[in-house]
Design a protein around this ligand. Sequence first.
Ligand SMILES: C[S@@+](CC[C@H](N)C(=O)[O-])C[C@H]1O[C@@H](n2cnc3c(N)ncnc32)[C@H](O)[C@@H]1O
Length: 247
Amino acid sequence: MTSTPQNREADIAAQFAELAPWVFQFRIRRADYGGAISAHGDVRIEWFRRFAPEARRILELGSLEGAHTFMLAAQATRVVGIEARERNLRKAELVKRLLGVRNAEFLQGNLETIDLAGLGHFDAVFCSGLLYHLPEPWTLVDQLPSAAPKLLVWTHYADELSADAVQHGFRGRVHAEGGLDEPLSGMSPTAFWPTLGSLIQLFTSSGYKSVHILHNDMSHPNGPAVTLGASTHEMPTLRQSRWGKMR
Ligand SMILES: C[S@@+](CC[C@H](N)C(=O)[O-])C[C@H]1O[C@@H](n2cnc3c(N)ncnc32)[C@H](O)[C@@H]1O
């Protein structure tokens, strides 16, 4: 069969159909494939770039179909996405091949139990939509300052009035997860959502010297959601301030 744009598109559509359903939409050449959500224009990528403009080696946690990964890769030398679900990884690998992306790697791993030390060192971690799926988020967060000096997190948290539990010294609540067959869910039946105060306490006690609230969406339909930027270095302006000198 002669290769025409029409039959190339039909071939790509068939490859996407084999792995359906998809969450994200991907533009390959001039046509769109996959799910309903386009990651283009996602402010979290813009915030990450502003927070860590120098980051060239990026570790992404919970990379799903790779939609954020490929955007991060556009300005990086290496992006490593960790993802637990094999089916999500197969989707990400398909899009990677079709887009011809060479500097993104996808690794299968459970972020509840993973040891990040073997993955090497990164300039920044991008952690969007993952932390609120973990039953013990502190186990992962404790490893992050050694993986990279900067971290951008987007996560849901427990509002103060719903917090009815204390785990590992953090206040929060237990949240039911969607199960192993649900492509966006955690790998355990429940997750622990700390309150915003406990989240900041968690990042600070794990070794970050500065933890900034970049955005706080208190009316998100799935529960309050915060974007935090954490760094193992103090903010330069604070380091030079009178306050800094007084301590
Ligand atoms: C809500 S989606 C977020 C996807 C993407 N990062 C985003 O912000 O749109 C959560 C992703 O994390 C993955 N995930 C959840 N728990 C995980 C775990 N314990 N280890 C590795 N990946 C996990 C899910 O399979 C899914 O791809």
